[in-house]
Design a protein around this ligand. Structure first.
Ligand code: ADP
Ligand code: MG
Length: 303
């Protein structure tokens, strides 16, 4: 189907005896900011390197723009931009000169005007003639994005683009990714080890762990499950448990330990639970709720 931009099926890749990617499958649709989420070592970069033909997969298929990567590597890569490591620039040359050089090498040279427009798009206007050596990490990442945009790709693959950035740098990159979709109609695959990052900017995602894809779907559906995992700190956990079971028969008590009660309950009942406990003489000193997927992801990470 034409709206499938990436289709990865049953991808596997080993390094010696070590299987870094095992049977990974996912689909990215046109206009997605697709979150490729997994803890460090999950196999994200290895998958991405296969998708960019930097390494060869052992098994599985990769189709991009409806074509087999194996058969149409050149055409596909011509329509794809990526940042997979820290972008490398000539630090004694200006941002403008760097982009001029890269655009000449790409075989599809951009005009000076186009390069200025690109630098403006990534928020580097006014800094065009400054040496890249004096740029912050965030500015270099943004320059990297400008570089990948030079040949006007339809698909942009970004491997952990916000790692190591300061808080403002992270916000700048996230805004830029959203603009890539909204203003430039790009499809973006964004890898990250940070669930909340994916939650903020992606519409669809896959979670991968230990080389396997675990769950794929719309971010809002995956995260907005009706059930929440609630942790209550109370003066009397046994009493709190009894009151909860009596008034909220659908709530499931997961555990009580000391003064802490863990349970799952419908999102709409959380405020009421707090009120009911207090009305029944239980003192609640803290109440914390997590979505199930968040809890699941934290468990994966800590495993
Ligand atoms: P992620 O990007 O999700 O952090 P990677 O794809 O980089 O994970 O790595 C997945 C696993 O494969 C890790 O255990 C890593 O050490 C291993 N790995 C990655 N590249 C190589 C390689 N070239 N040789 C051997 N092992 C590798
Ligand atoms: Mg990686």
């Amino acid at each position: 189907m034409s709206d499938k931009i990436i289709e990865v099926k049953n991808l596997s890749k080993s390094f010696g005896d070590f299987e870094a990617v095992k049977d990974v499958s996912f689909t990215v649709y046109k206009g997605d900011v697709f979150g490729f989420l997994g803890p460090n070592g999950a196999g994200k970069s290895t998958t991405i390197r296969c998708m960019l033909s930097l390494i060869k997969a052992d098994r599985g298929t990769i189709n991009i723009f409806g074509q087999s990567l194996h058969e149409h590597r050149h055409d596909i890569l011509a329509r794809t931009g990526s940042i997979i490591e820290k972008p490398d620039f000539y630090k004694y040359l200006s941002a403008l000169t760097n982009l001029e050089i890269f655009s000449r090498i790409s075989g599809k040279p951009s005009t000076k005007k186009e390069i200025y427009a690109m630098l403006d798009f990534v928020g580097l206007s006014g800094r065009e003639k400054d040496k890249v050596g004096g740029f912050s990490h965030g500015m270099k990442q943004r320059l990297g994005i400008a570089q990948t945009l030079l040949h006007n790709p339809d698909l942009i693959i970004l491997d952990e683009p916000t790692t190591g950035l300061d808080p403002q740098g992270i916000i700048d990159i996230r805004n830029l990714i959203l603009q890539l979709r909204s203003e430039k109609n790009k499809t973006v695959l964004l890898s990250s080890h940070n669930l909340s990052e994916i939650e903020i900017i992606s519409n669809r995602m896959v979670i991968i762990n230990k080389g396997r894809s675990i769950v794929e779907g719309s971010v809002s559906e995956l995260l907005n499950s009706e059930e929440l995992i609630v942790t209550l700190e109370v003066d009397n956990a046994i009493s709190a448990q009894n009151i909860t079971t009596k008034h909220f028969p659908k709530a499931q008590i997961a555990s009580t330990e000391g003064q802490v009660l863990h349970l799952t309950i419908s999102k709409t009942d959380v405020a009421n639970l707090n009120k009911t406990l207090i009305e029944n003489g239980v003192s609640v000193s803290s109440i914390e709720s997590k979505r199930k997927l968040e809890d699941y992801f934290i468990k994966i990470i800590n495993n």
